[in-house]
Design a protein around this ligand. Structure first.
Ligand code: SF4
Ligand code: F3S
Ligand code: FES
Length: 254
């Protein structure tokens, strides 16, 4: 099919409220949802607000919900929809709307600030770090994150529970804690920081009941639950119930 006219519903409004507006838009072969939003801007609604940057799935800006599923608009091909179907585009539900498809994702930046940074080994300079390849590979997977916040948007712990946001960092930032906790050169423990315990006590790891919805929507294919959250839970529990750790904490308290 080369070109056809499709029906769209696009949410328009601001923090006061809004509703879905109908648009009939031309779709051409090879186009993605972001192309359609741009065509709506160009031909029917020049003031439609949308955030985007790279149109290549790398900047993480164009996150929205398409037919209720969190997705990148620039990586969602129109060919995945039936031409007769109405495609509905709404802003990310877990974050406050600024206008139309643009949300305020400041929650995520706040959570990022709450994770203490990597503590480099004392006495080693840049270029002197040595790690096993498997440790490098593990970090590399987590570092593919483009901070689109689709995982943060989809996680049920905060999606419909604003009250949980204070205590729960969300999958993206629990993954960051896991990355640092598993980093062989991180010396946070030398400074008295137990990242596993902090994951439980300060970043809300216990709220995660491993539903894996975060993993399902990640456009980078990061196995957030299996490779970050579950290992982080195991490490935190192991440490808590390790008799040597228990004994050390008792002796340390005297
Ligand atoms: Fe997006 Fe995946 Fe990063 Fe979550 S982990 S912010 S879904 S790239
Ligand atoms: Fe939420 Fe992912 Fe855990 S969706 S409950 S953080 S597995
Ligand atoms: Fe950059 Fe979609 S515009 S990820």
């Amino acid at each position: 099919m080369s070109s056809y006219e499709a029906r769209f519903k696009v949410w328009r409004g601001d923090e006061q409220g809004g509703d879905l507006r109908d648009f009939a838009v031309e779709v051409n072969e090879g186009e993605v949802v972001l192309d359609i939003v741009h065509r709506i801007q160009a031909t029917q609604a020049p003031d439609l607000a949308v955030r985007w940057n790279c149109k290549a799935g790398k900047c993480g800006s164009c996150s929205a919900e398409i037919n209720g599923r969190p997705r990148l608009m620039c990586m969602t091909r129109m060919s995945v929809f039936d031409p007769a179907e109405t495609v509905t585009i709404t802003p990310l539900r877990a974050f406050p709307v600024v206008r139309d498809l643009v949300t305020d994702v400041g929650f995520n930046y706040q959570k990022a600030r709450e994770v203490p940074a990597f503590v480099p080994p004392a006495g080693l300079g840049p270029g002197e770090y040595r790690m096993f390849q498997e440790d490098v590979d593990r970090s590399q997977e987590f570092r593919k994150c483009i901070e689109c916040f689709l995982c943060q948007d989809t996680c049920h712990v905060v999606r419909d529970h604003e009250e949980n946001k204070r205590a729960f960092a969300g999958p993206r930032f629990l993954m960051r804690v896991a990355e640092l906790d598993m980093h062989p050169l991180d010396e946070a423990a030398e400074t008295g920081l137990d990242r596993g315990r902090a994951a439980q006590d300060e970043h809300g790891l216990g709220y995660c009941n491993i539903t894996k919805c975060c993993t399902e929507v990640c456009p980078e294919g990061i196995k957030i639950t299996d490779n970050a959250l579950i290992p982080l839970k195991e490490r935190a529990v192991d440490r808590k119930y390790d008799p040597l750790v228990w004994l050390g904490s008792k002796i340390g308290r005297r």
